[in-house]
Design a protein around this ligand. Structure first.
Ligand SMILES: Cc1cc2nc3c(=O)[nH]c(=O)nc-3n(C[C@H](O)[C@H](O)[C@H](O)COP(=O)(O)O)c2cc1C
Length: 183
């Protein structure tokens, strides 16, 4: 299929934790790989430690110009959410809170990651009211990575199989559809 340049969307993937041995980075890199191969996205992957916030809030003195530029560039967001105590990580909230207007009317998808069997579903549920307040439009299709310690190879960081490929593809389809209409 030939794509028009207008079909290309800028996708910002934010891996939502700074824990040193986090498994979510493997999930984020896997999604980055699939989104890059998809052909409809220009993809960038960041995590909160790339853009540390000294203070809370989106005051001008708390903005990180690099993050501001990236959020301006983005047509769509995909947040990878490790589940910590049935919620998402505070480091991600600190980062998200440094911006506001660049989120408005842009779609956001979620990938939950947990060691248990529910694939970070509670981390996803817990972020919905925050992204709604930020003006983003949340997808109804989520990605779930359960059994995070067994599913990603310790040495390579690669998933042990492609069982999540279809789920990621469906979320990318929906995110693109939304970005086309909201853009
Ligand atoms: C502070 C903390 C709290 C956690 N709470 C939960 C939890 O509520 N439910 C769960 O299934 N896993 C929980 N986990 C395990 C993580 O979901 C697991 O490590 C997973 O791989 C995602 O986090 P990671 O990217 O930091 O590895 C917790 C881990 C940490 C470090």
């Amino acid at each position: 299929m030939l794509l028009d340049y207008r079909d290309m969307k800028n996708l910002l993937i934010i891996e939502g934790s700074v824990r040193e041995k986090r498994r979510s980075i493997y999930a984020a890199k896997y999604i980055e790989k699939l989104a890059s191969k998809d052909g409809r996205y220009k993809v960038k992957l960041i995590c909160p430690e790339d853009y540390p916030s000294p203070h809370e809030g989106n005051d001008p003195d708390n903005k990180n110009p690099g993050y501001t530029k990236l959020t301006e560039w983005a047509d769509a967001f995909l947040l990878v959410l490790p589940e910590y105590n049935h919620s998402f990580a505070g480091s991600l909230k600190m980062l998200l809170d440094t911006e506001l207007s660049n989120y408005l009317h842009k779609p956001v998808a979620f990938a939950g990651v947990s060691v248990g069997g529910f694939g970070g579903v509670r981390a996803i549920e817990s972020i919905l009211s925050a992204v709604r307040q930020m003006g983003m439009v949340a997808l109804s299709i989520d990605i779930h990575f359960s059994n995070s310690y067994g599913f990603f190879d310790e040495q390579t960081g690669e998933p042990i199989d492609d069982s999540k490929q279809k789920e990621v593809g469906q979320a990318l389809d929906e995110l693109h559809w939304m970005a086309e209409r909201l853009g």
